[in-house]
Design a binder for this molecule. Sequence first.
Ligand code: FAD
Length: 512
Amino acid sequence: MLRSVVIVGGGTAGWMTASYLKAAFADRIDVTLVESEAVSRIGVGEATFSTVRHFFDYLGLDEADWLPKCAGGYKLGIRFENWHGDGGHFYHPFERLRMVDGFSLADWWLELGDRSRPMDRSVFLTTALSEAKRSPRMLDGSLFASGLDGSLGRSTLDEQRAQFPYAYHFDADRVAKYLAGYATARGVKHVIDNVQQVVQDERGWISQVQTAEHGALSGDLFIDCTGFRAMLISKTLGTAFQSFEDVLPNNRAVALRVPRETETDMAPYTTATAMKAGWMWTIPLFRRNGNGYVYSDQFISPEEAERELRAAVAPGRDDLEANHIRMRIGRHQDSWVKNCVAIGLSSAFVEPLESTGIFFIQHAIEQLVKHFPDEHFDEGQIAAYNRRIGNAVDGVKEFLVLHYKAARRDDTPYWKEAKVRDMPEGLRERLALAESRLLDEETIYPHYHGFESYSWNAMTLGLGHRPRTPHPALKHLDPARARAEFARIEAQAAEMVAALPSCHEYLAALND
Ligand code: FAD
């Protein structure tokens, strides 16, 4: 029987893994986490997916407790600004498309839509809450959408049935600290030290990690959460790395922590603004914004990127320290090799455009528990795990490449090159299909990757990649029910905007 797990790394990945293993297995597994004070965490990673709710509920944590302690806020979706180069915007919300007579409202919008109202505001309800900067919760704590509240208990991503309408923004360092408290209170042994050497046995399996001051730490299973260093999976085990830079060339970011001009003016969404050589995130936390410019250094230098970022979000605030980050974009061929599983940046990273880093961590931990080994380490199960992890990352890669391919901008060398750059073959086929029909669950990337067809449609339509004609069948269907549904969304949106408090007002009450 497998008894002991050693996690190397105390970033979001390390502490999420340690907490989850304790929530799942309690004292039936010994967990040790070693992290170095000399090697800092990546320190960004502040926006999440709505399905992160399964993770917190699995741990039995209450949003009202952990969210204020992590400086958190709400995220109803992502607002894409200037992706057409004209200063306009559209949303990618956490909301499925309603269906009328077997066709999605997006299909109906192409046939009937009032062109004076943007598509996203016609077919989705939560985009109105974003525009009005509303909280998704009333001051009494109830959720605006009925039937979705309440803990999901010990459920996993596989069991996701409904689409929960929001995710979170939070301070990644505070989350790591909060989860460290959770995990150590449940028996995780915490060692603060530098791992200097990874010791392998005669088969090449990891037997120990050697620390500077705490001697050797032995275990049956080792989790590599050392971030981009990938000390175990790559440096020790030499696992091959597949770079995605041929299709996703952004390889650097520069981040700033910026106080909001008006603290109360807090958006319940992430903003992704297209820039000259990449894009910029704006992530509102309770008392400040996180901003960062993600770019390719083939097109702009770090100094220029920092200047462009400062001019956009913090003019005159030269006192704010910029954090320059190199990103390694791609994934290891296998995230699980012998008795080592890489989780977090050590395993894979696509750029942060759709905030998928923490989702990958959650997915990997859940799959690790589902494929948990005994002392024989079944090769078939390890291969099955690697397939699932690889498929999920590759699906997100495709989805992100779509953003650049479908964007209408071509006003700078960066955006011009995006149009002629290679793309994954599957995406080429999907984009060709999307010229005649909206994509559906059958025609989007076929393996689980966290995104559903509504996301693919929100992005293709939002970016201006429309089918040549509406669906021919709609001409033969009575449009009355579809018209009524558009009117219902508009009325519900107006009612919710009037009833809900502002995002800041609600969070201020929670922080009291
Ligand atoms: P790190 O935070 O780098 O942690 C590595 C840990 O390993 C540290 O504790 C370090 O001390 C330890 N370590 C390293 N070497 C040793 C050693 N020799 N001995 C002991 N300990 C060691 N994700 C999202 O979900 N949403 C976002 O909005 C988002 N934005 C991002 C923006 C950028 C620019 C980047 C680069 C990433 C972003 N991510 C985002 C991804 C997210 O930041 C990571 O997935 C997440 O923080 C996990 O990081 P990690 O724990 O794998 O690595």
